[in-house]
Write a protein that binds this ligand. Structure first.
Ligand SMILES: Nc1nc2c(ncn2[C@@H]2O[C@H](COP(=O)(O)OP(=O)(O)OP(=O)(O)O)[C@@H](O)[C@H]2O)c(=O)[nH]1
Ligand SMILES: [Mg+2]
Length: 244
């Protein structure tokens, strides 16, 4: 299949309620992180656009999930969390959107890019989000944003500190990123491309999907799944650490 043309991206729409989001019919990649961490800047950088996802100097203004598409893939900009002065109703909206989206296991959510500001220790909300992703076996990688703002020594110190600050940090694939220098952008694109390729190449043929299962088939499937579960180690669901 042809490589994804990242220059063909377009904004689709914003949803303010989870119930408005149509069913998922193609692979989706989501971007999660606290307000002001650099989600919009990263999306613009990946798609080589100046202002497709609006970059704001006033964080946490609107609570929406924004959908973008590039050819046969969706990109989902989750609402930023952790903005101090939000009203109760905005918090409820946030919970409906994020909880609804990440809790809907029927979606083709292939990977979450969890953004964390490289300059600082992760916030409580960041850690809660990472725990949620781990507990629910949602594949994710961590993107450490604003890498350009750190001098080499400070950067080394932060990378050391993350090992104790983030659970299982050394088992999680991690990508330093800068929307200013472009560091990390090719790696992000390569990850998206690889997962997209696997998704379309391994999609079940329609005939297979509609085949009627016999009781014996179902018993075989359950036996297989149980055997797989026993083999699984803790980091099995995380995207392999490509730094190793
Ligand atoms: N130096 C530097 N600044 C960045 C980088 N990424 C984002 N910023 C700045 O950080 C601020 C917030 O960036 P956004 O991309 O709007 O962040 P966001 O996560 O989308 O924020 P909300 O949508 O408000 O939740 C802006 O002033 C950006 O210019 C980066 O890689 N390097
Ligand atoms: Mg934004």
């Amino acid at each position: 299949m042809k490589p994804l043309n990242f220059n063909k991206a377009e904004f689709i729409t914003s949803y303010g309620k989870f119930s408005q989001i149509p069913e998922s019919d193609r692979p989706e990649f989501a971007f999660s992180g606290r307000s002001n961490v650099g989600k919009s800047s990263l999306i613009n950088k990946i798609f080589n656009r100046k202002n497709m996802a609006r970059v704001s100097s006033v964080p946490g203004k609107t609570v929406t999930i924004n959908f973008f598409s590039a050819e046969d893939v969706y990109f989902v900009d989750l609402p930023g969390y952790g903005y101090a002065s939000v009203s109760k109703s905005e918090k409820a909206k946030w919970g409906d959107l994020i909880g609804g989206y990440l809790g809907d296991f029927d979606r083709n959510l292939e990977l979450v890019f969890q953004l964390v500001d490289m300059r600082h220790a992760p916030s409580k909300d960041d850690l809660q989000m990472i725990d949620y992703l781990i507990d629910n076996e949602i594949p994710f990688v961590i993107v450490l944003t604003k890498a350009d703002k750190l001098k080499p020594t400070a950067r080394k110190e932060r990378m050391e500190a993350f090992k104790t600050e983030i659970p299982c940090f050394e088992d999680i694939h991690c990508i330093p990123f800068s929307a200013v220098t472009g560091e990390g952008v090719e790696e992000l694109k390569a990850i998206i491309e690889e997962i997209r390729h696997d998704w379309y190449e391994n999609a079940p043929a329609e005939d297979d999907a509609e085949e009627i299962s016999t009781a014996d088939d179902i018993a075989d499937d359950i036996a297989e799944e149980t055997a797989e579960d026993e083999d699984e180690d803790f980091t099995g669901f995380l995207t392999p650490n490509r730094n190793k």
